[in-house]
Design a protein around this ligand. Structure first.
Ligand code: MN
Length: 348
């Protein structure tokens, strides 16, 4: 048995909305990852098993490897079928919002989502939920939305409707957001859930290959290039800085997701406490930071790059050239250095 985390009032209200709905539209965030896609597909499988007409809508495209998850072929991609996606959001009895906190996280669909008169249930683990929903189930201590969704389904007494396919999708979400149980993974109940999902037939070995061991040759070469040629160590602030320009990305035929996880790699080096990765996109410089111990990168991202996130994983943006973004970051070195001298930080 696992503990009860979700408020009973929310369970009751969500149950009433689901019972009353014939058509359910499920939506997640832009650039959907394994947790967004996994949660959405799992919900669709269970709702379909309940006899509902459940459809998954995504704002834009996702990584190729996730197309191997059960049910992925039925997903409606709004970047290809925008009108159909809008119709599914407007002409439905219920919208299930998974793995995002703010309407703007659904990109072009934000306006339609907010404008739809259908009742909404939000299930998410990001900070500060800003979406107006009839039921908000937001647990920032949960490592993955898929894990929270499993708990939600159990509380609705739908455990028996989680079949092999749904189990695989839930496990995919949990594996994605914990880096295959490498971080945010010290909740013992995670492994009780994994055991239940594997018992239902989820093939963890297959998922491992789909999620963590499928790369194009270009992607492998790009990551190797970034580490070999572009990783700059800044010992005075225990930092690694990696930067990739548009030209460099193009050289390796970059597609979305190709640099996923790259920012974590330098943390393997003893004495590197935080890692910064900057990627030149068409409209801005995308900044990602990862850290270990109690060195907070969400502060750095919000102060210097108008972003935020979690203590050890955060991101932001810079509007200007890549060189200016690097110069901007480096101008903060003395300030960052003070963090290491002013308080005793706990890191490896
Ligand atoms: Mn997630």
């Amino acid at each position: 048995m696992i503990s009860r985390k979700i408020d009973q009032k929310n369970i009751d209200r969500a149950k009433a909305l689901i019972d009353a709905a014939e058509r359910v539209t499920i939506i997640c965030h832009t650039g959907p990852d394994g947790d967004a896609i996994g949660s959405s597909l799992a919900a669709a499988h269970v709702l379909t098993a309940m006899g509902k007409d459940a459809k998954v809508v995504i704002p834009d495209s996702y990584q190729d490897n996730l197309r191997n998850l059960p049910g992925a072929k039925e997903i409606v991609d709004a970047s290809k079928y925008f009108d159909f996606a809008c119709r599914l959001l407007n002409e439905t009895d219920l919208i299930l919002c998974l793995d995002f906190n703010e309407p703007r996280r659904t990109g072009r669909l934000a306006e339609v989502l907010e404008g739809s008169s259908a009742p909404k249930i939000l299930i998410d683990h990001h900070l500060d939920p800003g979406l107006k929903a009839d039921v908000v189930i937001s647990h920032t201590d949960m490592p993955a939305t898929a894990y929270l969704l499993f708990r939600f389904l159990c509380r609705l007494e739908l455990f028996n409707l989680i079949d092999k396919q749904a189990a695989e999708c839930i496990l995919a979400g949990m594996m994605t957001d914990t880096g295959n149980f490498a971080y945010n993974c010290n909740d013992p109940e995670l492994y009780i859930v994994v055991a239940e999902l594997v018992r239902k037939g989820a093939d963890k070995e297959k998922l491992n290959n789909i999620l963590f061991n499928t790369f194009s040759s270009n992607c492998l070469r790009l990551n190797a290039y970034a580490i070999l040629r572009k990783m700059e160590l800044i010992p005075e602030i225990h930092c690694s800085l990696m930067v990739l320009s548009r030209d460099e990305l193009n050289r390796f035929h970059y597609t979305r997701g190709d640099t996923e996880g790259l920012v974590n790699k330098p943390l393997a080096i003893p004495k590197v406490v935080f890692s910064v990765f900057m990627r030149e996109e068409s409209d801005c410089i995308r900044v990602s930071m990862r850290s270990q111990g109690d060195f907070a990168v969400n502060d750095l991202c919000s102060e210097y790059f108008g972003g935020g996130g979690h203590l050890n994983a955060a991101g932001g943006e810079f509007y200007g050239s890549l060189d200016d973004a690097v110069a901007h970051f480096k101008s903060k070195i003395p300030e960052i250095r003070k963090r290491f001298t002013s308080k005793k930080l706990n890191y490896k």
